[in-house]
Every structure is written in structure tokens, then in C-alpha cells.
Design a protein around this ligand. Structure first.
Ligand code: GLN
Length: 537
């Protein structure tokens, strides 16, 4: 029987952080640009059911899909590159696999049998690996296996891949292995041994890679390519160089030059169709690399030591900057270090300030100090989720005079709970997967700054929070000049606050950064950058 969907498995060796997510996204982009319907899924070997309960220091940002899945940050790259939404099915962890198998066992599905890693866990991995392909919506599914081959916890995934390769046949499923070719300064040489070892490990697991993508700081010459091909049992044209680049958005074009897409298509017996249609991508890249303008933005947050914690916000700035041919220089400020005494010195020279999302009490005071300063000094402000909630608290305290105003997340005894837990949240005791998650509709006030930015009054944005603006205070806030300009049509929850008398003061309860892509920069980021540019003069 002719199999409809083709599969590409992407594994990694030698070390983590080689950029499997970017390579997968770039290849998928090229295949999409040739006219194929492509999606990418990620299988993560850790035992958390999803990364929603992980601290950003552990695993970077938690990315949220339209259908409310809390996922790995690589899904953000997939969406930003492909401009196609992902879903719960695109990210699966060991925890989720075991959860399903154990639920099946308790229901009695395996009655009489001993439940084992092989075949029960591997069967569940395989079932999930094929789900998106079986939907009929895609011609090609890329599956990225998180972690590094050789890790104990990756073994069931590699075994599942081995079985699928055998079941599907070599024209329908291939493996791309990403490795590192380090440069030894003392020897003045690139070293292929780690790659050989990592491929040997894969071979011992019964998986033969079809293509090797080699991360390197120096170009691979023909001799090195031949050597890798010979010792790793692949064609010379299947040794692909992935050299360090100025921006991740260069990677698809460099992979095109290396002919990664062509090698993949020929192995999968697929037609090359057209030359990749990448006009808009190239134009975007041109704007990123040769900006005509520049703005300086301060990002106030508490996970600033780890830029991955704010990955989508950083990328959204790049997209929005490119839309205005403007370089956006983002400087991080640790909110714990901002005080009434130093805030003017620190923020005075910035063209805009973004206060980041977050959880818990640490660093809240610094966020309030920053917001007071930008509100009083007409510096463009953009508050996201906790950043929006802080702008409400700051306004309540310093404009409305509710001195103890707070969110009940930080102080549940406050007399002025301007941010409070949603009623529907109060009975929840489980932490994982129970926040207000995923896409919700929002209706914008006609004539508001946000409705002008979006160019419409009905939008949908993604959420991830437990607390909300307390509508008991709406009248008081609006009378004093902070307007609710976006509300959820079903529940009446306030989703956006604005101060219309300020040049740009917008706080959003949702996460606009999660919907910004290369092709569709987010309107609120675009407007924020434009405002920052104009005020800078
Ligand atoms: N901690 C806040 C809440 O749960 C904000 C969450 C966020 O910024 N994502 O409502």
C-alpha cells in the first residue's frame, strides 16, 4: 500500500544545544516553500507530563499552543518559521507516554500481560509519532527527538524510531542526525571522532542515519566530508555543514545552499516540485541585517540571566523590528535590582520598556517601580501578563490611592485585590495544566489604540495565567484614566488595559509574543516599536 505521509526523524548526538529545533524548522521551511504541507513534532524524554510545571531556568520558556497545550520552546520556532499553528499533538513527553500506558493498564486494556517498555511504551510512542501524519493534513512530518542519543531516557524513543523505519521502509522514513564537529585550536584541526562515536552509538541501536548535519565553527572541506561519509556510512552529499551564523533566520538559506532539502526529497522519493518560494523570507532577512533605524528597549523581568526564558518576546521584537526596518536592541533588567532611587538612571535613556510575564512575588516591587517611572515620564510601555497585572497594581496604588492594592497571588489578605484569582480557579488543587490556557476571543473597544493597531475589533490570543483583573474596580480605574479596551465576550474578563493620555501604555493579559511569526509580526509589537521610533525622533 502506498503510504501517504513521509517521515523525517531528527536525532542529536555529541552534545545538547546543537540547534535541532532550528535545523528542523529550517528544513521544514524549505520543504514548505517547495509546496509541501509540513509539520514538526517534538518528543521529549523527560518525565514531566508537560513542561508547564518547569521553572524557566530549567528549560527556558514554556510555549502555549492555541489548543492550550503547555509545550517546549522549540514549538515556538516551528510556528515562527512555518507560520502554521501547532497543537497538543506536536509535543509529547515520556511522562505523557507513561501516563497513557498506565491509564490503559488500570482500565484493563492489557489484562493478563506484563506491561513493558518494549512493546507497550514503544507502541504508544509509535502511535503518537504517527498521529499527525495519519490526520491527512500533512505530506511530511518531521519528528525531533529531544536530548542526545546515548542518554538512558532516550532509548525507548530511538527504539520506536528503529521500528518505524523498518515498518515504513526507506522511501517513506529517514533519519537526520545532528552532531558537532569541534575545532581543536591547539591542533589547528576539525575533529570528526565525536561524530563517528555518536553515529556508532546510533548504529548499535539499530538506526542508520541517512543524513548527517554537522554543527561547526569552521567550514568542512571535501576531505573532512569524505572522511565523515566513509566512517559514518552515508553518502558524501548527505554530509551537511551547519556553520555558526549571525541569526537563526539565516539557517534555511544556508541549508538550501547545502542542498539539505534536495537530499531529503531524493531519499524520500519525492519530487523537488518548484524552487523554494522564499521571497518574503529574504526580504525579512534583509531588514534584519541592514536596518535603517534603531531603538533601545528595556525588558524588565526576573529570569534575565537566561535569555531563553523570554525567547518568544525576543523573536517578536526581531519580527516587529524588521517590519519597520529597525534594529531593536533589547537590554535586560533584573526587576529585583530596580529601586525608586536608581530607576531614573537605569531607564531614562530607553525608547520603550516591556515588563515581562512571570509568577510569584520575587521581583514584583522592581516591576512596580519601573512602571511608575514610565507612566509618569511618558516612555512607551508594554506589559505582558504579569506585566499587565503589575501595571494595574501600580495604577491602583499611585493613582487611585489604594496603598495596599495587590494581586492575591502575592498577598491574599489585601483590602484591594485589584488582581484576583478567577472563581473557576479557586477549587483547583492540581498545578499541572490547570491555568487559563490557550486561545480565547477578545473584543476591542472601537477607537482604542489597540483596535487601531490590530485594524479590527475581534481578535483571538493565547493565555497562560490563573489571575485576572478584578472587574469590581473597572469604574474606578476608567474614571481615573486607565481604560479596559479588550474584554472576553463570554466571560467579561478584562484582557487589555490602556492609558489613552499616555503616548503608549498598554498592558495585555494574554501573550501576544506567542503569535508573532516571520510572516506575521504581531501588531502590538509592531506598534510598540513604531511608537518607540517616533518618540526617539
Ligand atoms: N502569575 C500570573 C498569573 O498566574 C501571571 C502569569 C504570566 O505572566 N504568565 O495570573
Amino acid at each position: 500500500m502506498e503510504q501517504k505521509c513521509k517521515y523525517i526523524f531528527v536525532t542529536g548526538g555529541v552534545t545538547s544545544s546543537l540547534g535541532k529545533g532550528i535545523i528542523s524548522s529550517s528544513l521544514a521551511k524549505l520543504l514548505q516553500a517547495r509546496g509541501y504541507r509540513v509539520t514538526i513534532q517534538k518528543f521529549d524524554p523527560y518525565i514531566n507530563v508537560d513542561p508547564g510545571t518547569l521553572n524557566p531556568y530549567e528549560h527556558g520558556e514554556c510555549y502555549v499552543t492555541d489548543d492550550g497545550a503547555e509545550t517546549d520552546l522549540d514549538l515556538g520556532h516551528y510556528e515562527r518559521f512555518l507560520n502554521v499553528p501547532t497543537s497538543q499533538a506536536n509535543n509529547v513527553t515520556t511522562g505523557r507516554i507513561y501516563q497513557t500506558v498506565i491509564e490503559n493498564e488500570r482500565r484493563g486494556d492489557y489484562l493478563g500481560k506484563t506491561v513493558q517498555v518494549v512493546p507497550h511504551i514503544t507502541d504508544e510512542i509509535k502511535r503518537r509519532m504517527k498521529l499527525l501524519g495519519d490526520s491527512g493534513k500533512f505530506d511530511i512530518v518531521l519528528t525531533e527527538i529531544g536530548g542526545t542519543v546515548g542518554d538512558i531516557e532516550s532509548l525507548p524513543f530511538v527504539e520506536a524510531v528503529r521500528q518505524l523505519l523498518w515498518e515504513m521502509g526507506e522511501d517513506n522514513a529517514i533519519v537526520i542526525h545532528l552532531t558537532l564537529v569541534p575545532y581543536l585550536k591547539a591542533a589547528g584541526e576539525l575533529k570528526t571522532k565525536p561524530t563517528q562515536h555518536s553515529v556508532r552509538f546510533l548504529l548499535e541501536s539499530g538506526v542508520k542515519p541517512d543524513i548527517l548535519v554537522c554543527r561547526t565553527e569552521h567550514h568542512l572541506n571535501t576531505d573532512i566530508r569524505r572522511k565523515i561519509a566513509l566512517f559514518c556510512n552515508v553518502n558524501v552529499n548527505a554530509v551537511i555543514e551547519s556553520i555558526d551564523l549571525e541569526t537563526i533566520y539565516d539557517v534555511p538559506l544556508v541549508m538550501l545552499k547545502e542542498k539539505l532539502d534536495k537530499v531529503v526529497l531524493s531519499k524520500l522519493k519525492l519530487a523537488a516540485k518548484q524552487e523554494p518560494e522564499l521571497l518574503q523570507w529574504k526580504e525579512f532577512l534583509q531588514h534584519v541585517k541592514h536596518p535603517k533605524h534603531e531603538v533601545n528597549i528595556a525588558l524588565v523581568g526576573k529570569y534575565v540571566e537566561l535569555p531563553d526564558a523570554y525567547k518568544s518576546i525576543n523573536e517578536a521584537f526581531i519580527h516587529a523590528g524588521a517590519a519597520s526596518e529597525c534594529a531593536v536592541n533589547v537590554k535586560y533588567f533584573h526587576s529585583e535590582l530596580l529601586t525608586d532611587e536608581n530607576v531614573a538612571d537605569k531607564l531614562r535613556n530607553f525608547d520603550g520598556v516591556l515588563v515581562a510575564p512571570g509568577f510569584g512575588n520575587r521581583g514584583i516591587d522592581g516591576k512596580l517601580v519601573a512602571i511608575k517611572y514610565v507612566r509618569e515620564n511618558n516612555i512607551p510601555f508594554f506589559g505582558i501578563c504579569l506585566g499587565m497585572q503589575c501595571s494595574v497594581i501600580e495604577f491602583a496604588r499611585n493613582v487611585l490611592g489604594y496603598k495596599d492594592a495587590h494581586s492575591t497571588e502575592m498577598n491574599d489578605g489585601t483590602k484591594h485585590a485589584v488582581i484576583d484569582m478567577m472563581a473557576s480557579q479557586k477549587t483547583i488543587s492540581q498545578k499541572g495544566g490547570t491555568m487559563r490556557l490557550g486561545a480565547y476571543d477578545c473584543v476591542l473597544t472601537k477607537g482604542s489604540s489597540v483596535s487601531r493597531a490590530y485594524g479590527k475589533t475581534k481578535i483571538s490570543e493565547r493565555h497562560r495565567h490563573r489571575y485576572e483583573f478584578n472587574n469590581k474596580y473597572t469604574a474606578a480605574f476608567e474614571k481615573a484614566g486607565m481604560m479596559i479596551t479588550g474584554t472576553n465576550p463570554e466571560t467579561g474578563l478584562a484582557e487589555i488595559v490602556e492609558i489613552p493620555t499616555h503616548p503608549y501604555f498598554i498592558g495585555v493579559q494574554f501573550h501576544p509574543e506567542l503569535k508573532s511569526t516571520v510572516e506575521n509580526p504581531h501588531p502590538l509589537f509592531v506598534k510598540f516599536i513604531k511608537k518607540a521610533m517616533t518618540l526617539r525622533g
